[in-house]
Design a protein. Structure first.
Length: 142
């Protein structure tokens, strides 16, 4: 079984949308309740490497993209989660599963205001100590 078939089989109905941007870039949309389990499957069961994550404020909500690499063939699988409550964006942290996600989730918390449930250390990383609480520089004006 190739890795794409493994991803489809193991994630199953957790995938709400599958988009192949190119031959080696695949975006998998999952519900926010499934992000920790989906990350666990890609990382632990399928042996992908966690590369990084990114967040963006969109008209639909706050989007989180977790990027995983299958280094054997160079494919990148991105888990996309949309947090549609822009006033209180919240998702489970993948840090308890993947220690390497700690700093990038801190950055998204600080810059976008995403509350990561279960994160062990949500504290400032980039902004000055006197930056106003509740103001997130990468959030659009409402």
């Amino acid at each position: 079984m190739n890795i794409r078939d493994g991803v489809r089989e193991k994630l199953g109905d957790k995938i709400t949308q599958w988009r192949e941007i190119s031959r080696r870039r695949i975006y998998l949309e999952v519900d926010k309740k499934d992000i920790l389990e989906a990350a666990r499957i890609l990382f632990l069961e399928l042996g992908m490497r966690f590369a990084t994550a990114s967040g963006i404020d969109t008209p639909e909500g706050i989007e989180i993209l977790y990027h995983f690499s299958f280094d054997e063939n160079g494919e990148i699988y991105t888990l996309r989660v949309l947090l549609d409550d822009k006033k209180r964006p919240e998702a489970d942290s993948i840090t308890p599963l993947i220690k390497g996600a700690e700093w990038i989730e801190r950055e998204m918390w600080e810059m976008l205001g995403i509350q990561f449930r279960g994160h062990p250390n949500l504290k400032r990383l980039l902004l000055a100590d006197d930056w106003p609480q509740g103001e997130h520089p990468l959030r659009g004006k409402e």
